[in-house]
Design a protein around this ligand. Sequence first.
Ligand code: NDP
Length: 470
Amino acid sequence: MTTNSEMLIKGKKVTGQAATFDVLNPATEEVVASCHAATEAQLNGAISAAQDAFTSWQYTSDEDRKAMLHQIADKIEANAAELAEIVVHEQGKPMFLAQAEVGGAVAWTRYAAELDIPVEVIEDTDTKRIEVQHKPLGVVGSITPWNWPLMIAIWHIAPALRAGNTVVCKPSELTPLNTLRLIELMNEVLPAGVVNVVLGGGEIGGAMSEHQGINKIIFTGSTPTGQKIMRSAASNLKRLTLELGGNDAGIILPDSNIDAIAEGIFQTAFLNMGQTCAALKRLYVHDSQYDEVCQKLAAISEAQIVGHGLHEGTTFGPVQNRMQLNKVIDLVEDAKQNGAKVLCGGAKPEGAGYFFPPTIIAEVTNGMRIVDEEQFGPVLPVIRYSDVDQAVEMANSCSVGLGGSVWSADVAKAQQVAQKLECGTAWVNGHAEVLPHAPFGGCKMSGFGVEFGQAGLLGYTQPQTININK
Ligand code: NDP
C-alpha cells in the first residue's frame, strides 16, 4: 500500500515542518507511515488559503456546489478499495466495516449535495417583505477523531461546503492517512484553497480553536477536549458544533423476545469494537430475563473471530490505540475487583496488536466505573433492574446524553419509555443507527448542535433577516 503523508494547502502538497510522528497499524503495531506535523506558520497559511478561497466560493451557485459534491462522491466511489484499505491499515477495523465506512462517506456526500438552503418568508405584503436567508459562515475548522475517521471527515466537510464555507481540517494524528487521500481527491474537483488539511496533535487543534481566521469549529471527540475548544473559541465567538462522547444506555423491557433482539444488541454495542460515540454502552435488563440475556450475548461474543482486519473471516478487529486499550483493561480490572462477573473475554491475548475480545460483564451496578464511565471499547456491562422507572432513573443518572434505546415487542410502550431518556437520539428496537437525514447530536455533557438533515446543514450558516420596505 502506498500512502501519502503530505498535507494539502491551497491545492498544493506540503510537507509539515514541525515534529515527525508515526502512524501505527493497531493489529501489528508496525509503522504504516511517518508524518510531519504542521508548524503554526503552515496552519496560518492553510487558514489564509481558506479565507482567500471563501471570497469567491461563497458566491458559487447552488447548482455548481451540488454538482461538485456529486463529483466528489464519484471520486470516493472510484477509489473506494484504496480508501478502505487505508482505513483498515491505520484504524484496524475489519474490511467489511471499512467498506461500510467508505459507503457511508459516499451516501452522506450525496445527501449533502441534494440539500437545499431554505429562504423563509416571514411577511410579504404590498408594502413590505421580510425574509430570512442563510449565509455561509466563512472558514470552518474540522477536528476529527480516530474511530470513524473517513466518515466523520465527510460529516464535517460535505455540509460545510454545501452551505458555501471553506474548510481547514485536522484529522487525528492516530489515523490521518485516509483523510489526506480524501482531501487530495476533493482537490481534484474543488478550486484551490476551498478544502485544506493540516497535520498535528492537540497543539494544532488548540491553535485552530483560538485562531481569529476560523469562524466555526465542528468537533467530534472527547468531552474534555470539547471543553477546551469551547474556552478557546470565545476569542472570536466561533460558532461550535460539539459532538462529544456518550455513555448510552439500552433498556430491555420485561417480556421482550430475547432471541429476536440479542444479535441487534450485540451489534450495536460492539459496533467498530465498541469505539462508536453512539454505541450501546450500558445495558439494563429486567431481573426475569437477566440470565437469558447474559448467556445469549456471551454466546454471540464467543462466536466472533478476532483478528487482523484484512484476514479472511475476521469479524472483530483490535482496539485502535494503546491509550484506549489500557483504558478498557483498567475498567475491566476495576470491575473484577469490585465483584463483577466476566462472562467471556476479559483479557488481552498474548502477542502484538491491541486486541481485546468482546467482553460481557455481569453483576455490575451504577456506581461502578465500568458503568459510570464511557469505556469506548469492546466491553458491555449488563445491569439488573426490577422496575422500569428504576431503569430509566439509572439510565439518566449520567452526565452525558448522546443516545439511548428501549427494546420491546410493544413498540408504543417502548416509545413512552424512550421519551423519558435524557439523550439526543432515542431509538426503539435499535441503537447507533445514524442516518444522513435524521438530526443527530447530544445533550448534557455530550455536546450541542446537531449534524445531519437540514438542521445540520443550517448549523453551517448564519441567518440574515432581510427587511424590505417596498
Ligand atoms: P480527543 O478528544 O483528544 O481527540 C479528538 C481530536 O481532537 C483529535 O483530532 C485530537 O488530536 C484533537 N485534539 C486533542 N487535543 C485538542 C485540543 N486541545 N484542541 C483541539 N483539538 C484537540 O480524543 P482521544 O483521542 O484522546 O480519545 C479520548 C476519549 O475520547 C476516548 O476514550 C473516547 O471516550 C472519546 N472519543 C469520542 C469520540 C466520539 O466519536 N465522540 C471519538 C474518539 C474518542 P490528536 O488525536 O491528533 O491528538
